[in-house]
Design a protein around this ligand. Structure first.
Ligand code: MOS
Length: 700
């Protein structure tokens, strides 16, 4: 059995030797280069755009703007609401500007240098209006959406009478927690190569986390049959949600390729990652919590405000953990939106749960201090034995065991409760903890498995490899189901020619595509067993299966949980914070590969450190433009910023979530992590910072 074993990535050697072909690495004959021109204002219109100087750059094939009147089959600002990753796109159709960095032109040339040069020579005159990019200035547009994307949860929830209970609680708090705009920065920028084979047939190499959704969106907008659009995404250099939807540049690249009648490659420049391809919205969460003297929660309320754009709706569902993480008879949440002049916010690793667990888990910490109770004990006191929001039992929940093991591994019992009580010389030492939570999702998927007479197995499913280990775990699942060693199996993904699978988002790939691969391999094995070695000269034996929606999800609530503990050292004079060590213990179903699994959890935890201390997309509020749109000033932690990370998990057996027992682990690691760090900073310093990131100036 290989599942669970820490086997090396099957694509590891290709990656470290530079032979894994990422989107922009595809070697396409006759290829030319596109470079986007983006808006220098955040709101208004293009008064005039002059491309004559650009067109004179030698090698330039075309400079396309809204004046080029490139035709589309459908209005790109209309979105299919049943397809939550569809975004309103800006495809050079008119002169309106909705946000800074909006694509307004593309230069196409025979060399990349010429394309850069031409793009730089496009001269634009704007009629600018004053933009609004803060919650305050956007408040007149406030509204409560009908529902939230993804699972389509309602935007409001209520049980009991929290207002009445809050007023009569033994202790209560009402505090505002804010998290800033953040921008996904995978090392690999978004890239597309568009290649037409005749006027109605298109191949797209695209950095897509969801090749089938991408195909549908592109086909719809260009008026093509979906089967005549092939999307290929063999390796992705990080996605984090930003490559889930189809964004404007993909379509603009395809439109430009059709115009110049050559394959066009378009790679976003790093500053172009800030705006047109999504972000995590700023959140403002007002939490009201009341508790009885013994610590039992009497009321819990989360009133959340986030941004969406003026042309589209995205809800960062930060209230979700408040609804279900703790037992409380009185609970209310509401998600509000304001419309700002920004690129539409989108999914970023644990959308909703990441900022949502920051606010909730810091509020729980504050409540613990007011009750003079250990923060871990407070959580155990309010342990939810069932999902009180959906009023359903859990499919499985090992959170109690995660708390126990995490506390033991970290040494939590040695903690002195008083803030500033664990000083070491000039360093203020703080210990904090928080809870992790993320839904366990599974969508219908398909896969096929094949055996050749020489014994080789080939397994294929659409899917995508974001770097998390999809090639590897699928190979393991197939090998075990077929009863052969991993070395006999080749798994291929990332092509719409393979069976259809869902978007690699919402941590659902392992459970969804993994189940399809498992069922296909089992079906092939049954076929082979029935044949008893009688091949009848067939070139191969094949089985293909499609899985259904998980019916058990109708009556069971499915989540992964975890406990995180952090130790920070804060310089008493300078306020500099170092996260010395973290411990995370997770209950997330079957962990399919101990090596890639550990990396997934750890990556999430490191991002939690980044969330707590570093990341902040900063707008110039007068101009509505992002000022730190580069990796020098958009801070993320380096190795030197991250202490030791101790990752482990509780062996959890859950037959309800998926036949392979996997719940999915792509996102849970970031949840609770920022709160654990923030709570440790409070314990170290006695200063409660409710406004992320916790930069040294906030401690002085
Ligand atoms: Mo993830 S933010 O659902 O790709």
């Amino acid at each position: 059995m290989s599942v669970g074993e820490p086997i090396d990535r099957v694509d590891g050697r290709l990656k470290v030797t530079g032979r894994a072909t990422y989107t922009a690495d595809q070697n396409i004959p006759n290829l030319v280069y596109g470079v986007l021109v983006t808006s220098a204002i955040a709101k208004g219109r293009i008064a005039s755009i002059d491309t004559s100087a650009a067109e004179h750059v030698p090698g330039t094939l075309a400079v396309l703007t809204h004046k080029s009147r490139l035709k589309l089959a459908k209005d790109p600002t209309e979105v299919d609401e049943s397809s939550p990753a569809d975004r309103a796109l800006q495809l050079l159709q008119d002169d309106r500007i909705f946000y800074g960095g909006q694509p307004i032109a593309i230069a196409v040339a025979t060399t990349l240098e010429a394309a850069f040069d031409a793009a730089d020579r496009v001269s634009v005159r704007y009629e600018a209006q004053k933009p609004s990019v803060t919650i305050e200035t956007s408040l007149p547009t406030e509204y409560v959406p009908q529902k939230m994307g993804g699972a389509g949860d309602p935007a409001e929830s209520r049980r009991g009478d929290p207002d009445q209970a809050f007023g009569t609680s033994y202790v209560h708090l009402k505090e505002v927690y804010t998290t800033p705009f953040q921008t996904h920065n995978p090392l690999e920028p978004h890239s597309t190569i568009a290649m037409w084979e005749g006027p109605r047939k298109l191949t797209l190499y695209d950095t897509s986390q969801g090749i089938f959704g991408d195909r549908k969106r592109v086909a719809t907008l260009l008026g093509l049959q979906p089967e005549n659009v092939r999307v290929v995404s063999l390796y992705i250099g990080g996605g984090f949600g930003s490559k889930g939807p189809t964004w404007s540049h993909t379509l603009i690249c395809a439109m430009a390729a059709r115009h110049v009648n050559r394959p066009v490659k378009l790679v976003l420049r790093r500053p172009q990652m800030f705006g047109p391809v999504g972000c995590r919205t700023e959140t403002r969460q007002t939490i009201s919590a009341g508790a009885a003297q013994d610590g039992r929660l009497t009321a819990l309320v989360n009133d959340t405000m986030t941004h969406t754009s003026v042309m589209d709706q995205f809800v960062e569902s930060a209230t979700l953990p408040t609804r279900m993480l703790y037992s409380t008879p009185n609970n209310r949440t509401v998600q509000k939106l304001v419309r700002s002049d920004i690129g539409t916010p989108s999914y970023m690793r644990a959308p909703g749960e990441a900022p949502g667990t920051f606010a909730l888990e810091v509020a729980m910490d504050e409540l613990a201090y007011r009750l003079k109770m250990d923060p871990l004990e407070l959580r155990l006191k309010n342990y939810a034995e069932r999902d009180e929001d959906k009023n359903e039992p859990w499919s499985s929940k090992s959170l109690r065991e995660c708390y126990r093991q995490g506390a033991e591994r970290f040494g939590w019992s040695q903690r002195k409760p008083e803030p500033r009580s664990m000083r070491q010389g000039n360093k203020l030492v703080g210990w904090g903890m928080a809870t992790s939570v993320y839904p366990a999702r599974r969508s219908p998927a398909a896969a096929r498995a094949r055996m050749y007479p020489d014994g080789r197995m080939l397994v294929e499913a659409g899917s995508q490899e974001l770097g998390g280990g999809t090639y590897t775990i699928m190979t393991q699942i197939a090998a075990d189901a077929l009863g052969v060693p991993v070395s006999r199996v080749t798994f291929r993904l990332g092509d719409t020619r393979y069976p259809q699978t869902p978007v690699s988002g919402g941590s659902q790939t392992a459970a969804s595509t993994g189940t399809a691969v498992y069922e296909a391999a089992k079906a092939l094995k049954a076929k082979l067993d029935a044949m008893g070695g009688n091949w009848n000269n067939q070139p191969y034996v094949e089985a293909e299966v499609s899985t259904e929606r998980n019916k058990e999800a109708k009556s069971l609530s499915m989540y992964s949980f975890g406990a995180q503990f952090a130790e920070v050292h804060v310089d008493a004079d300078l306020g500099q914070i170092r996260v010395n060590r973290m411990t995370g213990v997770f209950g997330a179903g079957k962990i399919l590969n101990a090596k890639t699994g550990r990396s997934q959890f750890m990556g999430g935890m490191v991002w939690g450190i980044s969330f707590a201390l570093y990341e902040h997309t900063t707008y110039d509020t007068r101009l509505g433009r992002i000022v730190n749109n580069n990796l020098a000033e958009y801070h993320v932690p380096t190795n030197a910023d991250v202490g030791s990370i101790d990752v482990s998990w509780v062996e959890e057996k859950d037959d309800h979530v998926s036949p392979i027992g996997a719940k999915g682990i792509g996102e849970i690691g970031i949840t609770g992590a920022a709160a654990a760090v923030a709570n440790a900073v409070y314990h170290a310093t006695g200063k409660r910072v409710r406004d992320l990131p916790i930069t040294p100036d906030k401690l002085l």
